[in-house]
Design a protein around this ligand. Structure first.
Ligand code: AHM
Ligand code: MG
Length: 327
């Protein structure tokens, strides 16, 4: 496997992708190219985010950006940039985005892949200079090549993902992804303009002592979740909640912990979206040895029915996820 083809930390993402390609079940290179396109989109969004604090100043001057677009909110900008990168890359025939009701046809009908994504997650943190992220999920299309993509390409189910990952725009910018052969993390080196392999073969610790949940909604959570939060307090666990799924997930992946977004009385399916928030992170957590549940079964086994459907999610260290379900 690619993990066995040892590559040292410090190699570039391009080198890593090239090296791993030989281990892909279908080594035609298209998935490799698609991963490079996503990395490029991540770099572009990273650039936009880094100057976000200046946008209002520029906007005040009535300026437009280089493409002649009016200055827009960052999540919209990220959506546009991502779609453009995937269109130009050519491997993707259609995209599902949190920002758009319907799927977006790229015009690349020969493309073998579809991508579901949340281009900029953690919207409440965008304007206050706190970590945000991009989440993506990749499927091989099931509709015939050279024709249009359809809903069937996106509703294949979480186990059919061929790759998934996220980009975290934090104190460093990181790309973390899996093609079903373990999880690897790459840190963006600004001076080189490259993602560098920094976190090789990430393994989710089986136990943890961090819990991440919006406790303000405690009284509307199901009894088992309230019980579990109670257990965390008895055990003196640390509460850590950024309100950016990617950031909270990433911390818990590295340190051991659980992220919870339960159902509430008002939102029986919780808040997070199955196709481009829960599935991709569930893919990553399982690939790293952790677990993702909706309180009943594995997130990846949920049968999808619509583009923007929601699901409760309990995700992270395997023993913690098992404990919440039993609580
Ligand atoms: P968004 O897609 O509108 O940004 O919402 C998703 C975000 C997650 O990143 C975060 O974990 C969660 O919403 C926070 O929600 P809440 O403010 O209800 O705790
Ligand atoms: Mg989101």
């Amino acid at each position: 496997t690619a993990q066995e083809l040892a590559l040292p930390v410090g190699v570039t993402l391009d080198r890593f992708i090239m090296h791993s390609q030989s281990a892909f079940p279908y080594a035609t290179g298209e998935l490799s190219q698609l991963l490079r396109d996503i990395a490029l989109a991540g770099k572009i969004i990273n650039r936009e985010i880094n100057r976000a604090g200046l946008v209002d100043i520029a906007g005040g001057n009535g300026t437009e950006n280089v493409q002649g677009e009016n200055q827009q909110k960052l999540d919209i900008v990220a959506n546009i940039r991502f779609i453009r990168a995937l269109k130009n890359g050519g491997e993707v025939c259609a995209i599902l985005s949190e920002e758009d009701e319907d799927i977006i046809h790229t015009g690349n009908n020969h493309g073998k892949y579809v991508v579901a994504m949340d281009p900029l997650d953690g919207s409440s943190n965008i304007d206050v200079n706190v970590s945000i992220g991009t989440i993506f999920s990749i499927y091989r299309r099931v509709t015939p090549i050279n024709g249009p993509a359809s809903i069937d390409d996106f509703l294949q189910g979480g186990r059919k993902q061929v790759a998934a990952g996220y980009i975290l725009y934090g104190s460093s910018t990181m790309l973390v992804y899996s093609t079903g052969d373990g999880v690897n993390g790459f840190t963006f080196d600004h001076s080189l303009g490259e993602f560098i392999l920094s976190h090789k073969n990430i393994c989710s610790p089986a136990k943890g002592s961090i819990y991440s949940v919006n406790e303000g909604h405690f009284h509307s959570y199901p009894a088992f979740v309230q019980n579990y939060i109670g257990q965390c307090k008895v055990k003196n666990f640390s509460a850590r909640y950024i309100g950016s799924l990617v950031g909270d997930f990433h911390r818990n992946l590295l340190k051991g912990g659980i992220y919870l977004y339960p159902s509430t009385k008002k939102d029986p399916k919780g808040k997070l979206r199955l196709l481009y928030e829960c599935y991709p992170l569930a893919f990553i957590i399982e690939q790293s040895g952790g677990k993702a549940s909706d309180g009943f079964g594995c997130i990846l086994d949920i049968i999808p029915t619509s583009f923007h459907q929601r699901s409760p999610v309990y995700i992270g260290s395997i023993e913690m996820v098992d404990a919440v379900v039993k609580a």
